[in-house]
Design a protein around this ligand. Structure first.
Ligand code: TPP
Ligand code: MG
Length: 383
């Protein structure tokens, strides 16, 4: 873990230098880039991109194992969160990413330290994947003082600024313009850091989504928009209220962006697409949006079994469950089963330990209700 962090920091410093050089040339190249984007867009729009990009063979065994490890951890965490909710231990509500883990895993693996993530209320996976300790996330779900937000945020508001997790937002689409603020800061300070904003298909009919995309392109911001299209909003299929088939990608052209649809259940496809987008943003190439097709194993929230969804649809997507599918692919590629078993066992042990740490965590003091209520709104934070 320490080696990975050191490597990432080294990578970041190098990337920062490259980004700084590129920014110098950016003003002049911006117009050329805009022209190129326009050209690319007209070539791509209307054409269908294959669901899974070719070239997944480029990844190293180390990256593949890291992706697998992440998917397994997220799966085991969410399964435990569900059980703890059913036992009445998770306070408030919860929204699980069971079945959707490949997106959080694939994107996080393409991010560097210092990059920032904006999640929705369905944000356990995205938060964990950025390296926020599992103990703190589990304790937060249980409303304990040892939680990442000292037990004040809960499942829907996971935040860890030190890990670049800039919050989980319950108001659909509201975080997209906020993510632009983060990207704008990186651009102004020339930090080479990239912001990633995840959102559901349901956010695409909200004004904030369109406003954010437009401004991100106009200001050429280092931001990546990731639409997790799981076909359903709360209890309504997105297709029943949307004029186009791909609610995010099919609108990309309106903002001069490329139309990108990928298989969101394939951690490698997600990782490669995210890496391309993040590298481009880091180099001053501006925003990207991609739509990752996926499905929730459960319903919208809490104990909702989602029985209103057609049986065939559920069965079809369960057959494409990212975890067994990816495990099989790795075995077919010749990766030792024992290596995968070891990852599974470690993830289970981590979840068990996090559960214990959360259950044994103290409840917050009453006095803590009066702290961290507001930020200093004075001018000090601006300087
Ligand atoms: C502005 C706003 N309108 C309505 C809601 C109620 N609401 C909560 S989740 C949700 C559905 C969101 O669906 P989607 O964006 O597809 O995300 P998913 O839950 O499928 O991950 C709705 C309508 C809300 N939180 N905010
Ligand atoms: Mg949805």
């Amino acid at each position: 873990m320490a080696t990975t962090t050191a490597k990432k920091t080294a990578k970041k410093t190098a990337a920062k230098k490259t980004a700084a050089k590129k920014t110098a040339a950016k003003t002049t190249s911006k117009r050329t880039a805009a022209k190129k984007t326009a050209k690319k867009t007209s070539a791509r729009v209307g054409g269908r991109k294959p669901a899974t990009p070719a070239g997944t063979e480029e990844l190293s065994e180390q990256t593949r194992l890291a992706l697998y490890r992440q998917v397994v951890r997220l799966r085991k965490f969410e399964e435990r969160a569900y059980r703890l909710f059913m036992d009445g231990l998770v306070k408030g509500t919860s929204h699980l990413s069971l079945g959707m883990e490949a997106i959080a895993a694939g994107v996080a693996e393409a991010m560097q330290e210092g990059d920032r993530t904006f999640c929705t209320y369905r944000g356990h996976a995205h938060t964990l994947a950025r390296g926020v300790p599992m103990d703190g996330v589990m304790a937060e779900l249980l409303g304990r003082a040892n939680g990442v937000c000292a037990g004040k945020g809960g499942s829907m508001h996971l935040t860890s600024v030190e890990h670049g997790v800039m919050g989980s937002y319950a108001i659909i689409g509201a975080h997209l313009p906020i993510a632009l603020g983060s990207a704008w800061q990186s651009q102004l300070q020339d930090s080479g850091e990239v912001t990633v904003a995840f959102f559901g298909d349901g956010a695409t009919n909200i004004g904030a989504f369109h406003e954010a995309l437009n401004l991100a392109v106009v200001w050429n911001l280092p931001v990546v928009f990731v639409c997790e299209n799981n076909l359903w909003m709360e209890y309504t299929p997105i297709s029943s209220v949307t004029a186009v088939e791909h609610p995010a990608a099919d609108r990309a052209a309106a903002y001069g962006l490329e139309r990108i649809v990928i298989d969101g259940n394939d951690p490698e496809a997600v990782h490669l697409e995210a890496k391309k987008a993040i590298d481009k943003a880091r180099a001053g190439g501006g925003p990207t949006m991609f739509e990752a097709m996926t499905y929730r194993h459960g319903g919208h929230s809490r104990a909702d079994p989602g029985t209103y969804r057609p049986e065939e649809e559920v069965a079809e997507w369960l057959a494409r469950d990212p975890l067994p599918t990816y495990r099989k692919r790795l075995l077919d590629l010749g990766i030792a089963e024992s290596a995968l078993d070891e990852i599974d066992q470690q993830a289970q042990a981590d979840v068990d330990a996090a559960t214990e740490a959360a259950k044994n965590g103290p409840l917050p003091d009453i006095e803590s209700a009066f702290t961290d209520v507001w930020a200093d709104g004075g001018s000090s934070w601006r300087n």
